[in-house]
Design a binder for this molecule. Sequence first.
Ligand code: GLC
Length: 560
Amino acid sequence: MRITDTSDLWWKTAVIYCLDVETFYDSDGDGIGDLGGLAERVDYLAELGVTCLWLMPFYPTPDRDDGYDVTDLYGVDPRLGTHGELVEVIRTANDRGMRVIADVVINHTSDQHPWFKAARRSRDNRYRDWYVWRSDTPPDTSDQVVFPDQEESIWEKDDRTGEWYLHHFYRYQPDLNVANQAVRDEIARTMGFWLELGLDGFRVDAVPFFIDDVETAANDPQRPEVAADPHQYLRDLRAFVNRRRGTAILLGEVNLPHRDQKKYFGGDAADELHMMFDFLTMQNLYLSLARGDVRPLAKALRQRPAIHQSCQWATFVRNHDELTLDKLTDAQRQEVFAAFGPEPEMQIYGRGLKRRLPGMVDGDPRRLRLVYALLFALPGTPTIFYGEELGMGEDLAQEGRMAVRTPMQWTSGRNGGFSTAPPRKLVSPVVQGGYGPAHVNAAQQRRDPDSHWSFMRALIAAYRSCPELGWGTFEVLPQPDNAVLAHRSAWEDAAVIAVHNLGSEATQVELTVADREVLLVDLLQAGEQRTDPKGRVTLELDGYGYRWLRVHPGSDARLP
Ligand code: GLC
């Protein structure tokens, strides 16, 4: 393992930034963010230290599920711009040292997609078996719907042909029949197309749903052509993507227990998804924050299965969906609700929160910084959602998950500088009140060395100087204070010690960090501390305090 490997396996030390083009920056004043606007703001992202942009769906869409209902997998939503402008975004990002990945939705299309329109015309249409149909009355599947406030069944009766089609998500998102080789070929063709335009990979939407569908098909005696192992599809997809582009990754949305996720990495062969979001660690992080006790988080991290060195966990504290707490027990979920979202209007689907982090911690900058310092110190690749670098808030008046998908706040001016359109024409209203643009905006924070943005920028720079956080072996260091997570990430002969105090009280942490005397140099502030000859040290931490420390002597090659 050499430092040069970090460029080959770039995703292991990346900083991923998720944004929706339509809410980022509107360059033509029609109220909708666009690719031209994103191109204008690429330098802002480079300045922050982002290394990989994740674009939410930008395809043509009736927009009933914010673009996750696609009508043309090869297209660009004309409201956002053109293929040419997308290529310009990619080139500009690449020039500033950033890669670009995008959502790909394999599980389903919009019901307005020409394939589905054809499929529902007759039972013998050539696109009929591009989707999943049944002719007998479906059983009760209300426990399988993803959006329980909107749907009661995963089957919808189609009157024209008298059969039911499968939809795990909304009824206007029919599931593609991914067991069908013609569908697989077309999906691969679209992904190949975007790779050719310069994407460095995909965030693959809703992976277990289509793998489960393939499994069902494989178990169907009527369909001997479907390979018995549904995971073969992910192997084929990865092999295809990397044949077309060696640098490309598949970052999967797989909200399953850790032991199942190992399978989606391809186990020890590591031939399926390159990356997966770590939903379990995220949920236990919130439980730990609610309790001021790091044990749930430490347990989740310890229970992560070992993964191949080419694979990686994507860590996060917020994404574009509900902040799901579905993997906690009912009692644990209630603890998190009580701490961070006690009002029913803050909760969603009975399993998650509609809020962004700042409101959850009452806007306390110490707690906000603590959480991000911890996120970036955890083993994995940190992934942030636009606006997190500013401490943007949510708009609970917005329907469901749209609460956190409000326009980016660039300035204190009209529409937060997002658009010059009249406010009623905006794709989504700008957040009002204490987290509105008057108080939270990029222009002010970039100039203020004490702002959250400046903190995040420095944090990202520190993270980028510590490849051991993404590559290294992770170890929780024993010490008696349950409010404190002390851990060590070591890689070759370099190591970083990180301590994070989830409690409001100042504390002292006694640690053994080495078997000899070493010097610990602070990475997030000025300071250093020497251990005793046995490698023991007592670190002072403020309430909600944190420190990252590099161990010296270590590798002479690491930046002193
Ligand atoms: C994923 C996306 C979500 C979308 C759903 C259906 O869960 O994250 O935003 O609604 O898939 O495509």
